[in-house]
Design a protein around this ligand. Structure first.
Ligand SMILES: CC(C)(COP(=O)(O)OP(=O)(O)OC[C@H]1O[C@@H](n2cnc3c(N)ncnc32)[C@H](O)[C@@H]1OP(=O)(O)O)[C@@H](O)C(=O)NCCC(=O)NCCS
Length: 187
């Protein structure tokens, strides 16, 4: 049986690795009432610059994104500090013959970088995702080879680097080489 929102909240608390902050890190679905917290990280230039995300500068635009994309998404969770969203971690499950895999993505408001928060969030997400999608045997991440912080998050969360796709995707107008990382449900 799929876990409920409340199950996930209570199960997904994890002690912060570096004790830099005392706040509790949890994952939960976004709600429309999170729009102000969402806009804070979704307009953070440092976050947007190094990801495929775009700015959400108006309240209406942000609400539309939450309503039409984040909330109906198959697996999109707010990374929360004391229940306030500071970013997201998402998994896009493959369909049909690709249902054995999912693509994980994440970001974090820049004022919280370097404290181990995203690593904790990814570690929290992994068991929930494998449980919610029983056909999924592989989680993968596609990361700009210049995004060392993101590569490090994946390494710390137990992902294995499998190689580099050269000139793989265009991010903010630049065609990047992308590292592919994976974690199997059997790892
Ligand atoms: C990538 C991102 C999510 C990391 O979040 P975070 O919470 O700061 O990550 P963590 O603190 O858990 O771990 C970061 C690690 O990278 C390391 N790191 C940071 N910048 C680095 C750099 N330039 N070179 C090498 N290592 C670096 C940190 O030292 C830390 O490793 P350590 O614990 O061994 O010291 C955050 O920087 C972000 O939101 N970036 C913009 C969006 C993005 O890139 N998303 C990923 C797209 S694939």
């Amino acid at each position: 049986m799929a876990r409920t929102h409340n199950d996930m909240k209570s199960d997904s608390k994890l002690t912060h690795e570096k004790d830099v902050i005392e706040m509790e890190i949890t994952l939960r679905p976004y709600q429309l009432s999170d729009v102000d917290d969402f806009m804070e990280w979704a307009n953070d230039d440092q976050v947007i610059r190094s990801s495929r995300l775009r700015h959400y500068t108006t309240y209406e635009d942000a609400l539309t994104y939450l309503q039409e994309e984040a909330i109906p998404h198959p697996w999109y969770r707010a990374i929360c500090l004391d229940d306030h969203p500071v970013s997201f971690v998402s998994v896009k499950p493959g369909s049909d013959h690709q249902r054995c895999r999912g693509l994980i993505s994440y970001a974090l408001g820049s004022k919280y970088w370097g404290q181990g928060i995203t690593t904790v969030a990814v570690k929290l997400a992994v068991p929930f995702v494998f449980e919610e999608f029983p056909d999924m045997q592989r989680l993968q991440a596609i990361v700009d080879v210049d995004n060392k912080a993101s590569e490090r998050v994946l390494e710390k969360a137990g992902f294995i680097k499998e190689g580099v796709f050269r000139k793989y995707v265009i991010v903010k107008g630049k065609t990047i080489d992308a590292a592919v990382y994976s974690l199997l449900s059997s790892d």
